[in-house]
Unconditional design. Structure first.
Length: 101
């Protein structure tokens, strides 16, 4: 006697796995297509976006009379100022900070 249920169970599992894998491939393809489109849109504007970020950060590096050396340190050199931050943070007098600066 032929039992069709056992064969149908395996076919269903195989079909389900195949369906999941195909959906995964199609969704990955869709994500790659969307990211490619976004990249194509922003590629010509990349230099302008970089300069916009640089211009936005200029006021952050503006010299301050009290904490100028701590604020104006550019990223590779601000590590040299790091050990002196605790001393500047405890100074209450603005004249002392201007003199040490």
């Amino acid at each position: 006697m032929y039992d069709g249920l056992s064969l149908g169970k395996y076919v269903g599992v195989i079909f389900h796995c195949f369906f999941l894998l195909m959906n995964l491939v199609m969704l990955l393809n869709l994500i790659i297509a969307i990211l490619s489109n976004v990249y194509d849109i922003y590629q010509p504007k990349s230099l302008a976006l970089y300069y916009d970020g640089v211009i936005e950060s200029i006021p952050m590096f503006k010299y301050n009379k009290e904490y100028g050396s701590l604020i104006c340190g550019q990223p590779p050199f601000n590590a040299l100022v790091f050990p002196f931050i605790w001393a500047y943070s405890y100074m209450d007098c603005t004249e002392k900070t201007r003199r040490y600066n």
